[in-house]
Design a protein around this ligand. Structure first.
Ligand code: AHR
Length: 487
């Protein structure tokens, strides 16, 4: 039995449910942007089915334009009536027509009601280009850049909530050493200026998963000049990059290995936080997981560099485990961006021309809307259970919004159902929501022909007695039960 004390640990920032959109494969073009002339129903060029689905899971924030693409991106190519195409060298040498640029990105945010996280170019761009982009986006009027924006149809400045200074600068973003990047960071961020009252939160490029030395150097050299430091970690069944494992063809052993790889996020965050705490004990600087998710071997039927992959209910389970870890680290982890929103890696949506399907991961993001901006509350598990765990296979998180408690439980067992029992800090008045991700097999997935193999279903059989809540969770599934507590 898990006792929910009701004491607040910290707030769960809704931005940990952030998304990542890169010019990569069909992530932008087709997945979101179809153009006004398209037969696919759209508003101002953005496909309406994708926007409606994404609004439903309340996307709080979107990171764009990359990823590796960011450090090749020349933003001037993507504004005004004359767009200049560019070659997307990171992702298959395809030609990017630049029809989706700064204004189109902000139109996407407007339609989603989401905040902007723009990633700048340090690897191949100049300081002046970065300065001009900031000025173009955020300065009200009276300078060449602000006037150019107005001539391009936008009088009012855009609001940039977060700005990333380079991406994976240790790899595709310039192959830099930590010290070299730390020095460049200090220089480039100087020109990410606040115009007017809005503050742009500056995010320094952080480590590749467990490269703790990178964090050490960045914190030592530049902590006072950043609002956030990022980290990237991708779950691969084998833990390797050359042979990662299949997205759809796997057995119970692969399933268990993938769950273990996803759980590694906890140690990675713990150790980066420990370093950050030494330099920033007040936890002013956020740790931002601006790329995470599952990454499998390429399916040969899709082009090299498109990173299109199918998702099974295994992805729903690893997503929930990861989000629970973010909840536990919420005092420092205040933003995360799953890679990526549509048609790339662990996507929310997959499209095929006019067809669109929601993935198993989408359903977890739907279930977890109950945790947005809620208070993470303290709990006490059964003797012998690790924090956030129920026995060997269960994993849970609890948050409070007003009188409501949202309890999400993941059953990682491929075969056994899981009994969950919670003691709330008062009598349960009402069960507001009880839903779970239902799938017949561990390899179940949604296809365009059969989009409902993995779906949200009502979790029947919740038992309430005073302050006690009990339910049974089928194997390989995730549930959220939201109850109202009080007299
Ligand atoms: O998300 C795909 C790629 O993974 C990103 O472009 C890069 O930052 C990371 O290596």
């Amino acid at each position: 039995m898990i006792r929910v004390t009701g004491e607040t640990a910290h707030r769960i920032d809704r931005r940990i449910y952030g998304q990542f959109v890169e010019h990569l494969g069909r992530g932008v073009y087709e997945g979101l942007w179809v153009g006004e002339e398209s037969d696919i129903p759209n508003k101002n060029g953005l496909r309406s089915d994708a926007i409606a689905a994404l609004r439903h899971i309340r996307v709080p924030l979107v990171r764009w334009p990359g990823g590796c693409f960011a450090d090749d991106y020349a933003w001037m190519n993507g504004v005004g009536p004359e767009r200049r195409a560019m070659v997307n060298t990171n992702w298959g040498d395809v030609i990017d027509p630049s029809t989706f640029g700064t204004h189109e990105f902000f139109e996407l945010l407007h339609q989603l009601d989401a905040e902007a996280y723009v990633n700048g170019n340090v690897g191949s761009g100049t300081v002046a280009e970065m300065r001009d982009w900031i000025e173009y986006m955020t300065l009200a009027a009276g300078t060449p850049m602000a006037d150019l924006r107005a001539r391009h149809g936008r009088e009012q400045p855009f609001r940039v909530a977060y700005f990333g200074v380079g991406n994976e600068s240790w790899g595709c973003g310039g192959n830099m050493t930590a010290l070299h990047y730390a020095n460049l960071y200090r220089q480039y961020q100087t020109y990410v200026r606040d115009y007017g009252d809005d503050h742009i939160a500056k995010v320094a490029c952080g480590a590749d998963s467990d490269d703790y030395q990178w964090t050490e150097v960045l914190m030592a050299r530049a902590a006072t000049m950043m609002d956030g430091l990022s980290v990237h970690y991708y779950t691969r069944p084998t833990g390797q990059w050359d042979t990662k494992g299949s997205a759809t063809d796997f057995d119970e052993r692969d399933w268990t290995a993938t769950v273990e790889q996803a759980r590694r996020m906890d140690e990675i965050l713990t150790r980066h936080r420990r370093i950050m705490d030494r330099f920033d004990p007040a936890q002013r600087i956020s740790l931002i997981v601006d790329e995470w998710g599952t990454w499998y071997d390429r399916d040969p039927q899709y082009p090299r560099g498109s990173l299109y992959q199918q998702s099974t209910v295994r992805d729903a389970v690893t997503a929930a485990l990861t989000l629970n870890i973010f909840h536990r680290h919420g005092a420092r982890v205040r933003m995360a961006n799953i890679a990526q929103m549509v048609n790339v890696l662990q996507a929310m949506l997959l499209t095929d021309g006019p067809a669109l399907v929601t993935t198993p991961t989408y359903h977890v993001f739907d279930l977890y809307t109950d945790h947005h901006d809620a208070d993470a509350v303290q709990t006490q598990g059964a003797a012998g259970d690790r924090p956030g765990r129920i026995g060997l296979d269960g994993d849970y998180t609890v948050s409070r919004t007003g009188d409501d408690y949202a309890i999400s439980v993941t059953n990682t067992s491929p075969r056994q159902s899981l009994a969950a029992s919670f003691e709330l800090p008062g009598a349960v008045r009402d069960v507001v929501r009880a839903q779970f991700v239902e799938a017949a097999r561990i390899t179940s997935l949604n296809t365009f022909a059969d989009p409902g193999q993995v779906r949200l279903a009502d979790l029947t059989g919740c038992r309430v007695s005073g302050s006690r809540l009990e339910f049974e969770l089928p194997p390989h599934s995730v549930a959220t039960v939201r109850v109202t507590v009080g007299s």
